[in-house]
Design a protein around this ligand. Structure first.
Ligand SMILES: [Zn+2]
Ligand SMILES: [Zn+2]
Length: 341
């Protein structure tokens, strides 16, 4: 069957998203998340001495008020929109990962001289670079997320993600194109520089271990709990585990409307950066009652106008207000006085 190039591109992207095992939303990883959630909920019922009924578990996993909500519909819209747009936004990345990597290696060689090739087996070099690139991804993610919360202009675009009033794995895709564009550039810098340092130290161009071009450690976390971070299932890591790993409950707290939770838990898979920079909020072992969403009752919530176009206008208002304040504070030129005769 012949499709127009646009439709073929769309179905190609859709197939890649769901079928590539290393994709951020592969059917395999979604099944893994569903299985884990299923086991956790069943074990919880068993511990409380309640009967394990399939119907009750399915109701807990797919509550009607969540699945049919306007917020979930908006997530679905954003999923298809970003799926289509991602390749184009990727092209907007100002910073090229390869160029930065090459230049970092050259700079280090010019500054410290070339290092003899490390006598390491290929497996070890590849393992080291896999860990380095994963840590660089996590740091880039945290930094972009932190800036998006702390800089009012950027917050107007990131607010779209926080306007979700219910959380499903598709909420992960509810991100504004401007946010995505900045995120990809920050990632290109952190991963590119890290790769350059790795190439210099190891003395070879070791490739990371990956699945469908996604870092293998990141894939492991996607299969384990990343999908559940955007869900109603409370799985919390406490104690030292909660200082290192970003459990689903950590991220659910990040979406909370309680001011005590604002600007907390901004990591992706790791809680390490939040711990180090003082933005960690440890979830409790027992479920905490949380409400999600920023200004959920505002006009045009969950619509194209509200979630895609309005952020440009609100970000422009933020800039205008800042500019006005700056102009008020700027020193005025001295008034010319006429000489008195
Ligand atoms: Zn956020
Ligand atoms: Zn989120």
């Amino acid at each position: 069957m012949e499709f127009s190039p646009g439709i073929s591109y769309f179905f190609g992207r859709l197939g890649q998203a769901f079928l590539a095992p290393g994709s951020h939303i592969s059917l395999l990883s979604l099944s893994s998340a569903l299985f884990i959630a299923f086991v956790v909920l069943a074990a919880r019922r068993y511990r409380k001495g309640r009967r394990i009924r399939l119907k009750a578990l399915l109701r807990a996993l797919f509550p009607k008020h969540v699945v049919m909500s306007r917020s979930s519909m908006a997530d679905l819209g954003y999923f298809f929109f970003n799926l289509f747009l991602f390749g184009i936004i990727f092209g907007w990345a100002i910073f090229s990962y390869e160029t930065l990597s090459r230049n970092a290696e050259r700079l280090l060689t010019a500054a410290f001289g070339p290092l003899p090739p490390a006598p390491l087996p290929g497996f070890v070099s590849r393992s080291i670079i896999t860990v380095m690139l994963f840590v660089a991804y996590e740091l880039g993610y945290w930094l972009n997320h932190y800036l998006s919360h702390r800089i009012p202009f950027l917050w107007e675009f990131h607010k779209v993600h926080h306007s979700a009033t219910v959380l499903t794995p598709l909420t992960n895709f509810r991100v504004h194109p401007v946010y995505m564009c900045i995120f990809l550039n920050i990632l290109a810098i952190s991963i590119g520089l890290s790769n350059g340092v790795g190439d210099y130290l190891l003395g070879q161009q070791a490739a990371q271990f990956g699945l469908s071009e996604t870092n293998l450690i990141l894939v492991f976390f996607i299969y384990l709990y990343v999908h559940l971070q955007h869900s109603q299932v409370w799985i919390s890591f406490t104690g030292w585990l909660g200082h290192v790993f970003m459990s689903p409950a950590h991220h659910q707290i990040h979406h909370s409307r309680d001011p005590a939770h604002f600007n907390k838990n901004m990591g992706s898979c790791l809680a390490l950066w939040d711990w180090m920079f003082g933005t960690l909020y440890l979830p409790s072992a027992e479920r905490e009652a949380l409400d999600f969403g920023v200004e959920p009752d505002r006009a045009h919530a969950h619509t194209v106008r509200g979630e895609l176009i309005a952020p440009f206008a609100s970000a422009a208002s933020v800039l205008k207000a800042r500019l006005a304040t700056w102009l008020r504070r700027a020193p005025r030129p001295p008034v010319e006085r006429k000489p008195a005769y």
